[in-house]
Design a protein around this ligand. Structure first.
Ligand SMILES: *Cc1c(COP(=O)(O)O)cnc(C)c1O
Length: 376
């Protein structure tokens, strides 16, 4: 059977404005991080989210690491985060030797379960790192309340949620520092890249300093009082970011339209108890970074195989952190039944910026075919 991919799970949209922005950068000769594009991207992106300062980096992983380092978090400080997330969330804490308290997932939103969050806070807890999984925002009102009560930093991992909203405010506008990724499959892309945004001028300045090797201040250039990093974003990446940001509302609207079509055409399968569809809480705007479903009764892998044979690429959900070989010796004996369950049942359907509505119909038709032909 022909298994060439006809509908990729995610594909970026690169248009003439992107090409001319990057070309302008190349022609200017300023291709490292100087020349203005990085500053422009930082300003435009942070004001789109609603924060004062942006510090662009070479990935979403490095922006998370930079954020935690700038807060002064150090070995054995505790940080609370979900076990159901992409590995970079916990890796950023691991680089600094932090102690991580993992939390199970919520069965509806797939975000961190906030029900007993307060019980996870200890004397050593310094920060909470919520993650807006697959584009649905975490309930930031609850997070902020607990953070305030126990005087904790909030670092949002908003890598998957550009443009999402909770209670009318953008994901990434809540935390002391918020981090985004601009990897090629994210809602806007710089190829590789990330940004840490904040309202605090001191944190911003500290991140800018640490981002570029913590170079000596006061004229002593190659002199380093602290451990810095090589985490700068290049102007070429920022030039792409500036033009991509110009189309972000279009990309978000597109994904929400895909979700509407997916929901409409898959609702009967949900009603029949065969799958679960993603939710959008009444206080939330979901940007459906990856439109995702849970498949019941062990049919997920068969459905993925069926779709692959039709040229439709899909992904499994993340494996939870506590199951990862690198982390399982520390967390593998903990009990996170929801995260375990969704990682077995969950799959991402195609939802890239360059997809068409017709392709969404093709996917939903094939999913419906699978359940009527193969499952019955
Ligand atoms: C993509 C992603 C990251 C990391 O971003 P990179 O740019 O690939 O380093 C971090 N956290 C989450 C939740 C992500 O989805």
């Amino acid at each position: 059977m022909d298994r060439a991919i006809k509908i990729p799970v995610s594909s970026p949209s690169i248009d003439k404005s992107d090409i001319s922005s990057v070309t302008e950068c190349l022609e200017s000769g300023w291709i490292s991080s100087m020349g203005g594009f990085v500053e422009k991207f930082q300003e435009n992106f942070s004001s789109y989210i609603g924060k004062k300062y942006g510090v662009a980096t070479n990935s979403g992983t490095t922006s998370l690491h930079l954020a935690l380092a700038a807060l002064g978090l150090k070995k054995d400080d505790e940080i609370i985060m979900p076990t159901f997330t992409m590995i970079a969330t916990i890796n950023a804490a691991e680089y600094l030797g932090l102690k991580v308290k993992l939390v199970d997932a919520d069965l509806e939103t797939w975000n961190m379960d906030l029900n007993d969050l307060e019980e996870k806070v200890s004397e050593n807890t310094k920060a909470i790192m919520p993650v807006h999984i697959y584009g649905h925002p975490e309930n930031m009102e609850i997070i902020e309340k607990i953070a305030k009560k126990y005087n904790l930093w909030v670092v949002e991992d908003a890598a998957e949620a550009h443009g999402a909203e909770a209670f009318g405010k953008k994901a990434g506008s809540f935390g002391d520092i918020s981090s985004f990724s601009f990897y090629a499959n994210k809602i806007i892309t710089t190829g590789e890249g990330g940004i840490a945004i904040t309202d605090d001028p001191n944190l911003s300045e500290r991140m800018i300093w640490l981002r570029a090797h913590a170079f000596g201040r006061g004229g002593k250039h190659f002199w380093h009082e602290e451990l810095g990093y090589g985490y700068r974003m290049s102007a070429l990446q920022a030039a792409l970011g500036v033009s991509q940001l110009g189309r972000i509302d279009k990309f978000v609207a597109k994904r929400r339209e895909f979700a509407r079509i997916y929901n409409e055409n898959l609702r009967e399968l949900q009603e029949a108890g065969k799958i679960s569809l993603p939710v959008e809480k009444p206080w939330a705007k979901n940007v459906y970074w990856m439109y995702s479903i849970l498949v019941k009764d062990g049919y997920r892998d068969k459905l993925m195989e069926y779709l692959a044979n039709k040229g439709i690429e899909t992904r499994t959900f993340f494996y939870p952190v506590h199951r990862q070989p690198y982390y399982s010796s520390r967390y593998g004996n903990l009990h996170f039944p929801i995260a375990d369950r969704i990682s077995i049942e969950g799959m991402n359907l195609p939802s890239g910026n360059s997809m068409s509505n017709e392709q969404v119909f093709t996917v939903t038709n094939e999913i419906n075919n699978f359940f009527s032909k193969e499952v019955g």
